[in-house]
Design a protein around this ligand. Structure first.
Ligand SMILES: [Zn+2]
Length: 563
């Protein structure tokens, strides 16, 4: 029973703190963080925590056999380069890396003829890139690392992200503040196998002064956050005066901002109102549709609506699709034009709701068996208490509504791109049948479905993410494009990803080999390079598969012994 109530507590923590945060934004995390596990732990300047927090264990130290390098000189020879800026693929190229930086990207010869001889430089490590494609490391601007009961170890999420090419993440949040600061530092020093971490936190997270419910507290929190390793704010649909104070203060201090404008507050704080107050990024779709409502100022909910019931909540979202000014209407255009002028970034996270349009496809995704922890699978399974597991009685009509909703949402995102608006590739994996890493590649596929050219998708996944993370700091990004002088964060795959994003999935792409008549799995990222350290992506996946196997064995033992 004790065990069970502990699990229930974690479920609630996840439910309210990490993901959708429907009510009481920030205050729950604030309460969690303020809980005195050690005296003075959240005082300004207190050392980062080494204790597991919120049921989430930091990654173990990187072993000497994990990742090779950085090298004095690493050369990837004869590779096709997709540089992330939107430029067409070009090759064969030699990409030269000195330590953790790209020092040259230069022609290795002409396509169709043997590579030029004696190209230099002398390398202490070489990768033969013949027939391969190299891209900048991917950026995922919307992540959480999980935690008990679904995945206790952050290592599980980190390795799945890296194995899918993600070398930079924005935690919103990735974990509690002190925990996040520590993991961020360890990752920056490459003491752990993990992407670069940007630490965004909910207002009130980490400090000991309770929830942020006045303008004074909003300003004080941002000042505290600036001194305590926070890179930006993850906001909800805060009350207008609080939102104004938070965003104004964040801008002053060089902190970024991204908002999930949750349904409970969107009536007073929709996406355009938030953007006018200086919001940097709108994540998910919340707030867009409500800004475009045609005949109402609040969503015309059915009178039986209960926002605390998740099937109602997630089912009814989709019913917004035909309640708004139609795509292409003057109101639609004016809406997007104003965002463009304000410089709003759209981080749609199309992937995280995609099971809603076809739940059996994602419930039975072919990576679950090998790469989804049984505990995470449990979390996805219909439940009144686990968050985002709202398939109590999910009907054809619910799926049809979501399919219709997606068509309008796709147009919104694609129209914004077409007029020059910036779109990024957040995934929010770890919920709703979207496993870390795999969910990210699904986002790339879905942007293509929305109308993006594959090169536009790569640009969104690399350069756009980097710009979004560095802009609030007033800095030019040091990653996100393959160019001399940039940090050596790169992805190498032995297939053309522009031809088919499915080759980026960890378990590859199923293809019939017409020469042998056999069905094969091709692709899967080969190498992920972060800070000049070369990770074998297949090895990272093997580590993840071993974690899954271990948990399955432990469960089997438990079942046997309790019989
Ligand atoms: Zn999220």
């Amino acid at each position: 029973m004790l065990n069970r109530s502990r699990i229930a507590k974690y479920l609630f923590a996840l439910m309210f703190a990490v993901f959708f945060s429907a009510y009481g934004v920030g205050s729950y995390i604030a309460a969690q963080e303020a809980a005195p596990t050690a005296p003075g732990q959240s005082r300004p300047g207190a050392p980062a925590q080494t204790q597991p927090r919120e049921g989430l264990t930091g990654a173990p130290n990187r072993r000497p056999d994990e990742g090779k390098g950085p090298f004095k000189t690493l050369v990837i020879r004869g590779v096709m380069v997709i540089d992330g800026s939107g430029a067409p693929p070009a090759g064969p190229m030699d990409v030269v890396v000195s330590g953790n930086r790209i020092s040259a990207v230069r022609s290795a010869g002409m396509p169709g003829v043997p590579l030029r001889q004696n190209r230099g430089p002398q390398a202490d490590h070489e990768i033969d890139g013949t027939g391969m494609y190299l891209m900048p490391g991917f950026v995922d601007p919307h992540v959480h690392a999980g935690g008990a009961p679904k995945n206790q170890d952050a290592e599980y999420a980190y390795k799945l992200w890296l194995a899918h090419g993600v070398t930079t993440v924005r935690g919103v949040p990735i974990g509690g503040n002190a925990w996040s600061v520590r993991e961020k530092e360890r990752s920056a020093k490459n003491e752990i196998v993990a992407p670069r971490i940007y630490n965004y936190q909910r207002p009130g997270s980490g400090w000991d002064q309770g929830s942020v419910d006045t303008q004074e507290k909003a300003t004080a929190y941002v000042e505290w956050a600036t001194k305590n390793g926070v890179d930006g704010l993850k906001l909800g649909a805060e009350r207008p005066e609080i939102m104004k104070a938070l965003l104004g203060s964040a801008k002053e201090h060089g902190l970024g901002s991204t908002a999930h404008l949750q349904q409970s507050g969107v009536a007073h704080m929709n996406a355009i109102k938030a953007a006018r107050l200086g919001l940097g990024t709108v994540t998910h779709f919340y707030g867009h549709f409500e800004s475009l409502l045609k005949d109402h100022v609040v969503q015309p909910w059915p009178v039986e609506m209960n926002a605390s019931d998740e099937q109602w909540r997630f089912g009814q979202v989709a019913r917004l699709w035909d309640k708004i000014h139609a795509p292409g209407s003057p109101e639609w255009k004016a809406y997007l034009e104003e965002h463009l002028k304000l410089g709003t970034v759209f981080d749609p996270t199309l992937t995280i709701y995609s099971a809603g349009r076809h739940v059996s496809a994602f419930r039975n995704a072919d990576w679950h068996d090998k790469y989804t922890l049984p505990s995470l699978m449990d979390f996805y399974t219909p439940s009144r208490t686990a968050h985002g597991s709202y398939w109590f009685d999910w009907t054809t009509e619910d799926e049809v509504a979501w399919r219709n909703f997606y068509q309008v949402w796709f147009k919104l995102v694609n129209d914004y791109k077409k007029m020059g608006g910036r779109v990024t590739t957040g995934s929010d994996s770890g919920f709703i049948y979207q496993t870390y890493g795999f969910g990210y590649i699904n986002e790339l596929e879905m942007l293509q479905e929305a109308g993006f050219h594959p090169l536009e998708v790569i640009q969104a996944a690399t350069m756009n993410g980097a710009l979004t993370l560095e802009e609030p700091k007033g800095k030019a990004p040091e990653f996100g494009v393959v160019r001399a002088g940039m940090l050596a964060d790169m992805v190498i795959v032995d297939q053309n990803p522009l031809h088919n994003f499915k080759v980026l999935y960890g378990n590859g792409h199923v293809k019939l080999n017409d020469t042998t008549g056999k069905v094969e799995r091709i692709g899967g990222i080969k190498y992920t390079i972060k800070d000049g350290i070369v990770y074998d992506a297949k090895q990272l996946l093997a580590d993840v598969a071993a974690m899954v196997e271990k948990q399955k064995r432990e469960r089997a033992t438990k079942t046997t012994s309790s019989r």
